[in-house]
Design a protein around this ligand. Structure first.
Ligand code: SAM
Ligand code: SF4
Length: 353
């Protein structure tokens, strides 16, 4: 069933695009698509060793969708059944005037069309933006933090300042944002710090999620040197902690346990050791308007052309429908010394982690 919402006017008198409201999106495997991740920039103020090379070539700024275009595309997805919207990047908070996007999208929270507006950030800009994010309706955020040692933090992020991220975490707490910490488990780097990260996160009432490195984009080095299977981490943690399976789900790939000693939740994202695709409910939009139906596959749909071709959202809505029908069953990540190339050429910062 298709319903056309009437064209309306914004508070500043501008005309909003007419949005086509359709039944919730469903892919060929019966999975409902209710989660959209949007990478609003491929740029970043850090250069994490597993994510980027030190000298990255970024997209020319003219290639990027404007914030108004991003708002329009997100709004079409919301009209088509997206309930959770995660803004990511690159580092989303380094995009100029990014708060205007959050403030604009906040109207969908107020109307009840959107259940959650959230973001993934390295935390460096949170001292500046935490309160504005909360005011825009953001309730929970993910902050990436791989180590508690300032020197190691510098080595991993290359350009990051540990103190800025700690100040960002404090600002987020002060603003009343619920925090989840994400840490990539890296062999020989932070593998013996996982217990400390658990205590740090749980001590602040935050969940911690551990992530395996994924073979996305060229970096300066060999990913096989970084890859640490979380099965090994989990087995080691069992020497110290009692972990009980926790049915908590966010619709995402993380599988959770409760750490009985801390009372906190610990998530594992294991794309390499366990394929997490059977319940995948998400698609990913890049800052140029390219829609990826799977983080680990190359197939994509261009939404920028239909978006710019017409002021009516019907064309872009049809392009989204066609793309969802091509959502693959899953990815084929493999980290293997025999294949020097990453499984997917684009970096995580392009597709949006
Ligand atoms: N800059 C923000 C941040 O770091 O949180 C958002 C974008 S970043 C690409 C999102 C997440 O992807 C981070 O938690 C980061 O650690 C993770 N990530 C980046 N490259 C990765 C890779 N190759 N494998 C696994 N996780 C990766
Ligand atoms: Fe930047 Fe996030 Fe990638 Fe680190 S993981 S380089 S903070 S985009």
């Amino acid at each position: 069933m298709t319903i056309l919402s009437p064209a309306s006017k914004t508070s500043d008198g501008k005309r909003r695009h007419r949005t086509t409201v359709t039944a919730p999106m469903q892919d060929p495997f019966g999975r409902h698509i209710s989660y959209l991740r949007v990478s609003v920039t491929d740029r970043c103020d850090f250069r994490c060793v597993y994510c980027m090379s030190e000298h990255m070539t970024f997209l020319p700024k003219k290639e990027l969708l404007s914030l108004e275009e991003l708002d329009r595309l997100c709004s079409v997805f919301i009209a088509k059944g997206v309930r959770t919207l995660r803004i990511t990047g690159g580092e989303p908070l380094v995009r100029k005037n990014i708060m205007a996007l959050f403030e604009g999208l906040g109207r969908h929270l107020k109307s009840g069309a959107l259940e959650e507006l959230t973001l993934t950030t390295n935390g460096s800009q949170l001292p500046k933006y935490a309160q504005q994010l909360r005011d825009a309706g953001v309730e929970r955020i993910n902050i990436s933090l791989d180590t508690l040692k300032p020197d190691l933090f510098k080595a991993i992020t290359r350009w990051g300042e540990f103190g800025d991220v700690m100040a960002g975490i404090e600002a987020a707490e002060k603003a009343g944002l619920k925090i989840k910490i994400n840490a990539v488990a890296l062999k020989g780097v932070n593998e013996h710090e996982i217990e400390d990260l658990i205590r740090f996160a749980h001590g602040r009432g935050a969940d911690l999620t551990l992530i395996e490195t994924m073979p996305l984009g060229d970096i300066d080095g060999d990913r096989t040197d970084q890859y640490l299977p979380l099965s090994i981490v989990r087995a080691r943690l069992m020497d110290t902690f009692t972990m009980t399976d926790n049915p908590y789900r966010t619709g995402g790939p993380a599988r959770y346990v409760t750490v009985e000693e801390t009372g906190g939740r610990l998530g594992f994202i294991t794309p390499l050791t366990h394929n997490f695709c059977e319940s995948c409910n998400r698609v990913r939009l890049t800052c140029t308007g390219t829609l990826f139906m799977c983080l680990g596959q190359e197939d994509a749909a261009d939404l920028r052309a239909p978006l710019r071709a017409s002021a009516d959202d019907a064309d872009v809505s049809r392009a989204i429908d066609a793309a969802i029908l091509r959502k693959p069953k899953g990815h084929d990540f493999i980290i293997d010394r025999r294949s020097a190339k990453p499984a997917v050429g684009r970096h995580m910062s392009v597709t949006g982690g």
